[in-house]
Design a protein around this ligand. Sequence first.
Ligand code: PLP
Length: 259
Amino acid sequence: MIPNILSIAGSDPSGGAGIQADLKAIAATGGYGMAAITALTAQNTRGVKGSALTDPGMVAAQIAAVREDIRIDAVKIGMLGTAAIVEAVARALEGLAAPVVLDPVMVAKGGDRLLAPEAVAALRDQLLPMATVVTPNLPEAADLLDAPAAGSRAAMEAQAEALRARGPAAVLLKGGHLAGGESPDLLCDGAGRTWLEGARHVTANTHGTGCTLSSALATEVGHGRPLAEAVARAKAYIGAAIARADDLSVGTGHGPVHH
Ligand code: PLP
């Protein structure tokens, strides 16, 4: 069975991040991709030039239209923009039995904010408890916990546990921002803690890596795989997509990965 995967995220016209990355990753990992659009951004590989948020009622209407007609096997949540959109998404997903992968998108690779600072609390209080797995990087975890970013594996373990205490069934804390040559990720779920090691690929082309990982993970979970196996497969997928990134010639800034 091909799983139906709903991405709730913003649009990136340069095709590297947001729903464009999500739909590519979902297709490449064997899912049928759908997208409820929370925002239009005007951006390229050099940065975000502008954005227009979707009316929260229209975000809810998109999700409701999909829900009333189509079986949803997994949801991926990315850029939300404001507390009003966070609330609309939380309400629109109420009662849905499908697993939810929450990528707590806050800042684009170039440094532009994609979530209003005052919306962080809404995301933490309303969406975190609904998540099957939340996939923060170290700065995002720090923002959610209102703490300094973890600088060691011990600090990552403490922050992953602190996030899990806020309600998600599992936390995948991405260690790509740790100093040093490695990029370890930590999965914390009811079964315990698992470190997933990863070599860091040297490339400037990492635009959309968070979107890609969370969408691949939603698709793997939508296939019905257990979470630890789904995470391992999604991590292998993004690793290969980053390794292939330099095959592309897209823009002069932080280019996309190659699906
Ligand atoms: N969603 C949108 C619409 C974006 O534009 C971006 C970054 O530019 C992101 C999410 C997050 O991107 P990344 O996967 O690089 O963290």
